[in-house]
Structures are given as structure tokens and as C-alpha cells.
Design a protein around this ligand. Sequence first.
Ligand code: ARG
Length: 366
Amino acid sequence: MGTIVESWTEWDPLRHVIVGRATDCHIPPNEPALEAKVPEDSDMRGQHGKRPQEMIDKGNELLDNFAAMLEGRGIIVDRPTPTDFSLPVTTPDFHTDSQFGCMPPRDVLLTVGKEILEATMSYRCRWFEYLCYRPLMQRYFDEDPGFRHEAAPKPRLTDADYHDNYLSEKIGVEQRLKWAAEKHFVTTEEEPLFDAADVLRFGKDLVVQHGFTTNLKGIEWLKRHFPDHRVHTVNFPGDPYPIHIDATFTPLRPGLILNNPQRRLPDDQRGLFERNGWEIVDAAQPAHNQPPALCYSSVWLSMNVLALDDKTVCVEASEVYQADQLDKLGFEVVPVDLRDAYAFGGGLHCCTADVRREGGLQDYFP
Ligand code: ARG
């Protein structure tokens, strides 16, 4: 069966998707990027090594069930091939004792039209994660003569990529919020850095979060790489750990975006949406007070939903308030049990990457 790669938005009808795996996932050893990104009170601090096998098995069971549900709806699902994440990585510029995993493909792969772009990434432990997707990329290349497989320049990730005042000592949330408001993030402007999950696709427009995992040079690189797109930089000053946009700002259909009420888009960045009649609504409260054990993300994975089309949206099954809000907004809500896979890197949007959504390139902000 011939693959077709093409996806321009977060909400067009989903036809083909990649779902991550929890297999062999490791908690990586400390490194500058991670030190700044793990909250001070997190149970992950000071830990590293392979994650407990029972948790990996449970995570895989939930991811497999999610994949089977999507297949039941006629969506083609592919899975990555894990490499050995216990292996260290040594380049001429850095060394790390182990790697991460292949759970959130959204962080690594950015699909824009007929192109899948491998992000630079900004963590040393995730530098080689693209290898897990290479068997799929090779197959798509063979099957779809229009597919463009691209990789952004691999960053050197020396210490010059990180502000050292973000490291080592206990910083505290207040200081982090102050720095976030000043757009002083852990990553410097040494070289272009971006994770794919900082980018949202709205047809001709790409909305990119400037934060810990994407710097301004990374956004400039994206602008030059996608000259036919308009690339917009956004910030969410209420987020003390701005890592990946998809638990903060979630487009659901043309004209409607959910925004995390603790991380509101500043007024001076709303013009694009307001001029074009888009509504930005506060997301419902999460159903949980705490993330699950050994999880990097916050409780706001509640709003990390996956749109199957502009009327149907997958929501984590325990997130009853989020489900209720989406129901009232007129969506068919598909509950998916995924909370015990959050620890591997995220929710329903994170754990997937688009291969194909129906529909062509449109201009939503003319
Ligand atoms: N930084 C977000 C939060 O904790 C989590 C984003 C996860 N997204 C992802 N693509 N891995 O609220």
C-alpha cells in the first residue's frame, strides 16, 4: 500500500499517524538542558537509568490500545523502532551516559505539507532519537515520490548552548517566572535549536513557541527553511518551564483555540487571531492535582488533545472537565486511557506525529 505524506494543520481529517513506544525508555542522567527543565520539587531529580519495566509494559499497553483504536477508525498507524537507549552518546562536543526513548514522536518530527523535518532537538540525550524513525522515513521515501525527508542541522550542544545561571542551584518558581517574562530561557542563541513540538501548523502559518527547547535562531532557521509560510513567534510568560507548546495552546478547528489559563497568550501577540475572528478560550481545569510518578510534564497534559478531524477529538479518559468543555463546544469526544503513559514524555498530541491529514494548503489568516 502506497504511503502519502501530507499534513498542513493540527485538525484536518487524520488518515495516517505515527504513535510512539515506551520500550526501553530511560531517565537520562543530568545535563544542562534537563537540569533547568525538571521542576525543583519533581520526583525525577537525581534519578537516572532505565524506567521500571512494569511501568514500561503498562505504557506500551496503553499506546498499543490507542493505536488499535485509531486503526479501528480506518487510520493507518506506524510505530518507531527503538534503538538501545542505554547506550551513551559521545560526539566531539559532548558526552552523555544514556539516552531517552522514542515516546513523543511529536517532539522530533515536524510534518509540513509533503515534508517531514527532523528537528535539531535541544537535549543531548535526545540527539539520536531521529534514528528510531529512520525505518519509517526510508519506507515513505520509497513509497511516496512526492515525500521530502529533511533534517535540520544537528546542533553541537556544547555548554555554550546553555545559560549557566539556570543551572545547579535551586532557582525557584518565582525567579523562573520572572525570567520567562523577560524571555531569558535556559538555551542561549549560540546556534539554531528547536524541538518540533514547539510548532503548531495552521496551513500557511506556523506558530512557534520561544522557550527552553526553541531559541530565536531556531525560529529564524524555520523562517528561512519554509519561505512560503508565515512563521510567528509566541511566548507564554505564565509558564516557568516553557517546553513544547502543546499543553499551552491547542488549535481545535478553524476559528477556535484552547489556551492554558495559567499561560495566557499576551495581548500584544493576539492580533493575528483577533483580526481573523479566531476565538481563544481558556481550557478547562485538569482533573488531577499532580502529574503521575516520574513524569516531566505538568497536569496540563489535560489539554494535550489529538484532533481526528474538526469535529472529533481524543481526550485522556480521566480528564472529565476537559472532555465536558469540548462536548459543550460541539465536538464528539473520544476518551482514551493514556495517563499511565504520560511519564514517557507526554499526552495524546505528544505521543503522535502526523503523516497524513486530508485537505490542502489553506490560508486561515488572510
Ligand atoms: N511543557 C508541557 C507541560 O508540562 C508539556 C508538553 C509536552 N509536550 C510534548 N510534545 N512532549 O505542561
